[in-house]
Design a protein. Structure first.
Length: 145
């Protein structure tokens, strides 16, 4: 039962990461630095407009971007561990049901699968609800306020 749970969570986590990667192929056509900055936590977004409205949008978006940067780093670290598996001996960890299990069964848990899907849906909803500040119809860092 626990292995089936871990297998399903692994598939869900990887699917969320793959969906975000596919989505960014479209985003990068309009904002090449957006995905790189979110995924790798690389510095501040350069100003696209000098307007007070754009500056305010960037200021309000910083909290969302900080959270997403950390969550994306986590998601792709976990996905990387599944896609590029390295057999490493690690001590067992406590599972919520009260027994010790492998690190993989803790990493690929229903809670982490939910976390991955919530991140994916949060990003997609934000881009749907606030597609742009500059009117181009693209999801930009400045529109994530």
């Amino acid at each position: 039962m626990l292995q089936n749970e871990a297998d399903a969570a692994l598939v869900t986590i990887c699917a969320a990461a793959f969906a975000l990667e596919a989505f960014t192929r479209e985003l990068t056509r309009w904002s090449p630095s957006l995905w790189r900055r979110l995924r790798h936590g690389g510095g501040r977004c350069p100003s696209r407009q000098a307007s007070p409205r754009a500056a305010e949008a960037r200021r309000r978006s910083q909290g969302v971007v900080v959270v997403w940067t950390g969550e994306l780093a986590w998601l792709f670290r976990v996905r990387h561990g599944a896609v590029h598996y390295r057999g490493v001996s690690e001590p067992a960890q406590a599972h919520p049901v009260g027994i010790s299990v492998s690190v993989a069964q803790v990493t690929y848990s229903p809670e982490n699968a939910t976390r991955a899907v919530d991140l994916l849906l949060g990003i997609l909803k934000r881009c749907r609800d606030r597609p742009s500040v500059d009117g181009r119809g693209t999801c930009s860092l400045a529109s994530m306020s």
